[in-house]
Design a protein around this ligand. Structure first.
Ligand SMILES: [Zn+2]
Length: 428
């Protein structure tokens, strides 16, 4: 195929592809060509390839898709965490202290910090990451943060509506108009998404609607923070606006679950265009069922165009709060993602395996459901068809675990089980 170098990964004890009807294969192998999965099958039937990787009886899973992070910031808030563990309650206002130090940091300092955290993510198996702004809260600072984020990932999110900056105290309406106007103008070229933190201490549902609609009109896709600190009409707003994801969902109001479960039907299967969101960098027609890749095409695995509930259990861990009821969401048919929400205040972890362990131990998810949420679920939350699975045509983001099964991700919490990461087929 075009003279590309092919790589055979063989002797995979358990391969998770997420192929409908055959999500897992034992004794499997894959062939990678031009950064894509070109063949999937039994290790005994594997074709020849230019190079070989012996998985040695390990488990192979799709690279993790961390669909919610705030990686670009300066400083840390260890003292705030320490005080919280001594009994103080988490409040959204702590964000302002990170804003103050982030504004003072140089571009080089911010980039170096974000790269360090991105490297932490990578060695723990994350191959796709979303990064939000939100620690600048001025036109220049938000655009600066997004430009840095854009140099690290295509999945960048404008979060000018994170909290009200101190200098706008008493002038909420002015700040909302700034975010929906000049700040959006400066940030839209660097962003794929727009997000609003809806909660007490942050922004109201009406303010969020104004900002999200302005972003959608500029071609950005909508996503929302809601339900972290209490029940919120923000979850229904996210569904109403066709947001790709509503994140936290720790507290759910009456009707939220039904609205989320029905959001896919409302959007139409396969439609990823609501909210102005294109299918994504890997969008293409369905390529399931075949064993050979069509060059340049990625499969559309789920076609889900509704609103994903993205759960962030490291936040509950780090703020000593009750966990979201994942079981209730899954049983109702809601599409669920797991992400780190890596940020210096409420969740300073870069580890998806840690989130998987929490989801299984504390949220009623099976290990298979948690793995799916951290891979395919994250891809759905970013409306990406090319990542989060390992069917033929997918981007070859493959994680080999030092374990015979992904169950070990939850069964052996805190243990560095990631043996090797292939990102677009390249060894890391
Ligand atoms: Zn967040």
């Amino acid at each position: 195929m075009g003279g590309a170098v092919s790589t055979l990964v063989e002797n995979i004890a358990l391969l998770v592809t997420h192929e409908p009807g055959r999500a897992e294969r034992h004794g499997a192998a894959i062939v990678i060509e031009a950064g894509r999965i070109a063949w999937v099958g039994d290790s005994a039937d594997a074709p020849d390839a230019d190079t070989r990787i012996d998985a040695g009886g390990r488990c192979a899973v799709p690279g993790f898709v961390d669909s919610h992070s705030h990686l670009v910031f300066a400083g840390d808030r260890a003292a705030e965490f320490e005080a919280r563990m001594a009994g103080r309650r988490y409040e959204a206002g702590g964000i302002r202290s990170t804003v103050a130090v982030t504004r003072e940091a140089s571009d080089a300092q911010l980039l170096a910090g974000a790269r360090r955290r991105l490297a932490e993510m990578r060695v723990q198996g994350t191959t796709t990451v979303e990064i939000k702004s939100g620690y600048g809260l001025s036109v220049e600072q938000e655009a600066r943060i997004l430009a840095i984020a854009r140099s690290l990932t295509p999945e960048t999110t404008f979060l000018g509506a994170h909290v009200l900056p101190a200098e706008y105290a008493g002038r909420r309406d002015d700040y909302v108009e700034l975010v929906a106007g000049p700040m959006l103008d400066a940030c839209a070229p660097h962003a794929r998404w727009i997000d609003v933190f809806i909660d007490d201490g942050a922004f109201s549902v009406d303010e969020a609607r104004r900002i999200l609609l302005a972003g959608i009109a500029r071609g950005l896709g909508a996503r929302v923070h809601a339900g972290q600190l209490g029940p919120s009409a923000g979850i229904r707003l996210a569904v109403e606006l066709g947001a790709a994801s509503v994140d936290h969902c720790t507290f759910l109001a009456d009707g939220d679950i039904e609205a989320l479960a029905g959001s896919g039907a409302a959007s139409g299967a396969g439609s990823a265009s609501r909210g102005g969101v294109p299918t994504g960098p890997g969008g293409g027609r369905s390529g399931q069922g075949g064993t050979t890749a069509v060059p340049g095409e990625a499969p559309v695995l789920s076609g889900w165009g509704g609103t994903v509930a993205t759960l962030l259990p490291a936040v509950e861990f780090s703020t000593r709060s009750p966990y979201p009821d994942a079981r209730r969401l899954l049983d109702a048919g809601v599409h669920v993602a797991l992400a780190t929400d890596c940020n210096p205040g409420s969740s300073y972890t870069t580890s998806i395996p840690f989130c998987i362990a929490l989801a299984v131990r504390e949220m009623g998810m099976t290990p298979a459901e948690a793995l799916r949420a951290a891979t395919l679920g994250g891809a759905e939350a970013l409306r990406r068809a090319d990542v989060g699975h390992l069917t033929v045509g997918a981007t070859a983001d493959v994680v080999l675990l030092d374990a015979p099964s992904y169950v070990h991700l939850a069964y052996r919490p805190g243990v560095p089980l990631v043996h090797r990461v292939l990102a677009s087929g390249a060894q890391q």
